[in-house]
Design a protein around this ligand. Sequence first.
Ligand code: ZN
Length: 164
Amino acid sequence: MSEIDRMLAANAEWAERFPGSRDVRPARRVAVVACMDSRMPLFPMLGLEVGDAHVIRNAGGVITEDVIRSLTVSQHVLGTREILLVHHTQCGLQATDDNSFADLVEQATGRRPPWAVRAFRDADEDVRESMRLIHESPYLLSHEVRGSVYDVATGLLSEVVVEG
Ligand SMILES: [Zn+2]
């Protein structure tokens, strides 16, 4: 059985205990921007239920133009007002840098990506950078943002303190 077959079978079981339809607007008016890492089950680890929050994920949980696009929809159309950023320990983006990654892709495919992978060394520092990018965005209604780093070894989330 392929992994996708297993997921489709799991979904049939999920539908049996489906909690029912929810409003399209997140009940807790929050959006979470997080890394795609497989070790972060965002809903249970943040005490969220179906219908509570938007979750926007990408490699690293970095703020890209597309994350701003999603946050803008989230706030203007769907009523969210707070943003939580979640980076984590042992992130794949800490294991490379923008040039090495572009080299790797170019060697394998013959094409060098025109976008930067947005690698970082220090997760806390990148969370601060992400908060700065959200504060600077002219498109958001609310710039209420807090950042955190999740420890994949303990399950504990640490809030990133903003200096100054
Ligand atoms: Zn990661």
